[in-house]
Design a protein around this ligand. Structure first.
Ligand SMILES: NC(=O)c1ccc[n+]([C@@H]2O[C@H](COP(=O)([O-])OP(=O)(O)OC[C@H]3O[C@@H](n4cnc5c(N)ncnc54)[C@H](O)[C@@H]3O)[C@@H](O)[C@H]2O)c1
Length: 338
């Protein structure tokens, strides 16, 4: 069956970088069929719903989506909930995969090549907050089922990467019940794993130490598995070593459905100026090629073309300069592999 992609540009620079990523995909995999759908803050403002039911239907139908970015109001707005959080929860996208790799000539450091595998449905992101007078409480939910599930995703990724090390990040010294459950569940899956990465080095580290290492020694990580909030923060820090949010891709993965999504937000400070780097969105499409459509060969071509474009120097206007170079490399006779 031909691959299908639901295209959801969303807000701000999502409207600019997503069309570029689609153009790249059309170049390497012309047989993809597209559906366009709406979600985000602007969608909420015009239609009263951040994720219309037909958007959920379209993503389910396609099995794969590319989401640009959502803006959020930064205050409580009755009836509004972040579009991407809604999509992740409604579609059961339980894994968030965020690679960070340095590109010579572009990234602030060489030798970084890691992936943060973040549980995507639980933790503080269940959105259960209450306030009573001057006290506000957020509920943190961790289950053995979701923890084992994310451990399996991390190990599958370790298998295909040929990883040398798995790092389990938690804070079980301070949160022995919730993070203790996470740690024990991951340990259990690791102990029973019989894939190629069975027997690789497994280490555990508290999240504060992991943060320090992510800043000081990012090359010491390979595959990192952690809970939702810790993964969110650590993966943004890791993105710095690739060259910043403009080049940081991610994939939200569930069973039979996935949403690729640049890590960045709607970037209102640069929206409409042509300064948005489309690399994160293009690399997010490469993640769909690798993890969903099982075309690691094409994923490598796209990743290589993006790396070459970045290494060659990024000039204003960034959006069109990166787009043109990547497309040129992919269309050249060697497919951008030289
Ligand atoms: N997953 C998401 O959709 C997501 C993630 C983060 C923030 N947001 C939302 O986006 C809005 C803006 O948030 P923010 O400013 O904290 O985060 P942001 O990621 O939008 O921007 C942070 C900084 O990075 C820069 N930046 C981001 N993407 C870039 C790109 N592709 N190329 C070049 N520079 C880029 C921006 O110009 C800005 O200076 C908020 O409403 C926030 O809630 C959404």
């Amino acid at each position: 069956m031909e691959p299908r992609l639901c295209v959801i540009p969303g807000d701000g620079i999502g409207q600019e970088v997503v069309p570029v990523a689609v153009q790249v995909l059309r170049t390497v995999l012309p047989e993809v069929r597209y559906e366009r759908a709406e979600a985000g803050w602007e969608c909420f403002r015009s239609r009263g719903v951040a994720v219309p039911p037909e958007t959920l239907d379209a993503v389910r139908r396609c099995g794969a989506a590319l989401f640009g970015a959502t803006a959020s109001p930064g205050r409580v707005v009755p009836g509004y909930r972040s579009a991407i959080l809604t999509l992740r929860q409604q579609l059961g996208l339980y894994a968030n995969i965020r690679p960070a790799a340095s590109t010579a000539g572009f990234s602030p450091r060489t030798g970084v090549d890691l992936v943060v595998v973040r549980e995507n449905t639980e933790d503080l992101y269940v959105g259960r907050e209450t306030r009573s007078g001057d006290v506000a409480v957020a509920e943190r939910v961790i289950s053995a089922t979701a923890s084992r599930r994310i451990a399996r995703v991390a190990l599958r990724i370790a298998d295909t990467r040929g990883a040398k090390k798995l790092t389990i990040v938690h804070k079980a010294n301070v949160l022995p019940v919730t993070d203790g459950l996470f740690r024990d569940s991951v340990r259990e899956v690791v102990a029973g794993w019989d894939g190629p990465s069975a027997g690789i080095e497994v280490e555990e580290t508290y999240v504060d130490v992991a943060a320090l290492r992510m800043v000081g020694a990012p090359e010491s990580f390979d595959v990192v598995v952690t809970t939702n909030l810790f993964g969110d923060i650590l993966s943004d820090a890791a993105a710095h070593w690739s060259g910043g949010l403009g080049v940081a891709p991610s994939l939200n993965l569930g069973d039979g459905v996935a949403i690729a999504e640049p890590v960045h937000g709607s970037a209102p400070d640069i929206a409409g100026t042509g300064a948005a780097n489309p690399a994160a969105a293009i690399l997010s499409v490469a993640m769909l090629l690798e993890h969903v459509w099982e075309r690691p060969d094409l994923a490598r071509r796209v990743t290589h073309a993006v790396g070459s474009a970045l290494a060659g120097g990024v000039h204003p206007p960034v959006l069109s300069s990166v787009r043109d170079t990547v497309l040129h490399l992919l269309e050249s006779s060697d497919g951008g592999t030289s």
